[in-house]
Design a protein around this ligand. Structure first.
Ligand SMILES: NC(=O)c1ccc[n+]([C@@H]2O[C@H](COP(=O)([O-])OP(=O)(O)OC[C@H]3O[C@@H](n4cnc5c(N)ncnc54)[C@H](O)[C@@H]3O)[C@@H](O)[C@H]2O)c1
Length: 428
């Protein structure tokens, strides 16, 4: 049988998660045929990793403006999109128009217009788009779905969901492209797409009305000044002031980060190690969202990006009892360590409090690999035959769209001060 041919666009930190699997675990059925990026140095580094780490031949590279030529010359079946979020839609749409299916990293895109453009292109071309939601596959997250699906809590009436990003991983969004809201949609789209997808998945429902508040209260120069900080710098590399800043990221002290970003920045001016206490940050770090779902469940959600630990606490209140979940994750800097550490689990408890009976803990066996063992399962689902799945975890473009719509609605609510009806954003 002919191998499935993959081209990958966006050869930054996340890319290896996909191409590393294609050329090893799935090499009998899959073939990696081309890289595309705005930055030649980063593509060359990806090729170096292919050779040195995976004993794979270097593959052809194409600059972003040569994307169409890449498709014409290398004829991929599937394009994997791991660029910055702002341009996901461009590659998703063009790849489909040129006859390819697409796998896109989350978030599918950053605003409602781009989301509609993607949905229209799918209708027009009949091509397939999959958005990768690794969190669904983490065994504890699947277990939460199972408890709700099996009716242990009765009907879930309300949810309190708190997500904590810490001073290492949370800070990382304020060092680079994410800090400009146009690039990432802010944390409510870029990061919370995972959490809002989990909510849709756990409840088996969709968001209906969203109300939100959010602000930049910790990062940014003004906030630091108000706390009495007097020493500032633009970026950590070459800065004396950064030596005393526990938030600084030192690219030159990590060979991988140096090769991928510091050595490549002369081409496109992408500075990976900006001070989190600089100016020009347009995303929020302190966010509160209320959501009413179509099944009438209401949720209070909060996200804070400067916490001492990383993970989440969620409580489901149902007609038969309550479930309390606490999960703490290994903190990491994107691409700053080993793949398996990214989101690895440190601690988790799931406790059920039934009405009129003693509470009990639900045991969950975690798998091996990133995100509690969820990553390898998801990769199998993407690159191999999808397994028969009672929980329907494989996410389509429809799930991708629903997961960003809560955050997009929340962004609009923050701007207008009004509740937003999700169905008014796009035609799904
Ligand atoms: N699911 C997860 O757990 C997870 C984790 C990390 C990142 N991601 C996602 O992966 C994507 C990439 O994130 P990253 O951390 O690798 O970022 P990164 O900055 O390391 O890489 C982004 C790459 O996109 C390239 N790029 C920028 N503009 C481009 C354009 N116009 N055309 C082509 N390439 C362009 C950059 O040169 C860079 O190589 C994001 O969408 C992010 O949300 C997902």
């Amino acid at each position: 049988m002919a191998k499935i041919k993959y081209a990958l666009v966006g050869t930054g930190g996340r890319a290896e998660f996909f191409y590393g699997e294609v050329v090893t675990v799935f090499k009998d059925t899959s073939e990696l045929i081309a890289f595309c990026d705005v930055n030649q140095t980063r593509m060359d580094y990806a090729n170096r990793l292919l050779q040195e780490k995976y004993e794979h031949e270097p593959i052809p590279t194409y600059k972003a403006h040569e994307f169409e030529r890449m498709i014409a010359e290398t004829k991929p079946d599937i394009v994997i999109v791991t660029t910055i979020d702002r341009v996901h839609h461009q590659y998703i749409i063009r790849a489909m128009e040129l006859g390819c299916d697409v796998i896109s990293e989350k978030p599918m895109t950053v605003d409602e217009d781009k989301c509609q453009d993607i949905l229209n292109a799918i209708d027009r071309t009949g091509r397939k788009l999959r958005v990768t939601f690794n969190y669904r596959y983490a065994p504890h997250n699947t277990k939460i779905r199972e408890v709700i699906l099996d009716g242990t809590l009765g009907e879930v009436l309300s949810v309190n969901f708190e997500w904590l990003l810490n001073t290492q991983h949370g800070a990382d969004y304020f060092r680079r492209w994410h800090r400009d809201k146009r690039n990432s949609g802010g944390l409510l789209v870029h990061k919370s797409t995972h959490h809002f997808d989990l909510m849709n998945f756990w409840l088996g429902s969709k968001p209906e009305t969203v109300y939100a508040m959010g602000d930049l209260k910790f990062y940014g120069r003004e906030n630091a000044e108000q706390r009495g900080v007097t020493e500032f710098y633009q970026r950590a590399y070459g800065s004396k002031a950064a030596e005393n800043d526990p938030f600084a990221l030192h690219l030159d002290r990590n060979e991988h980060l140096k090769s991928m970003y510091l050595d490549a920045e002369h081409e496109d001016g992408y500075v990976r190690d900006q001070s989190v206490f600089g100016d020009n940050i347009s995303i929020e770090d302190t966010l509160s969202v209320m959501v009413k779902y179509k099944n009438k469940t209401v949720m209070n959600y909060s996200l804070n990006a400067y916490m001492p630990w990383e993970g989440f606490i969620i409580v489901f209140n149902g007609t038969k009892g309550r479930m309390e979940v606490r999960v703490s994750e290994q903190s990491y800097v994107n691409s700053g360590g080993s793949k398996a550490d990214e989101g690895a689990l440190k601690e988790k408890t799931i406790t059920i409090y039934p009405h009129f009976a003693a509470p009990y803990e639900v045991e969950v066996e975690e798998g091996v690999g990133g995100h509690g063992g969820g990553d390898p399962v998801m990769l199998r689902d993407i690159f191999d035959k999808p397994a028969d799945d009672r929980f329907h975890r494989a996410a389509s473009h429809i799930d991708g769209a629903w997961s960003i719509l809560t955050g997009i609605a929340a962004n609009r609510s923050i701007r207008t001060g009004q509740p937003v009806k999700v169905e008014e954003l796009v035609r799904l």
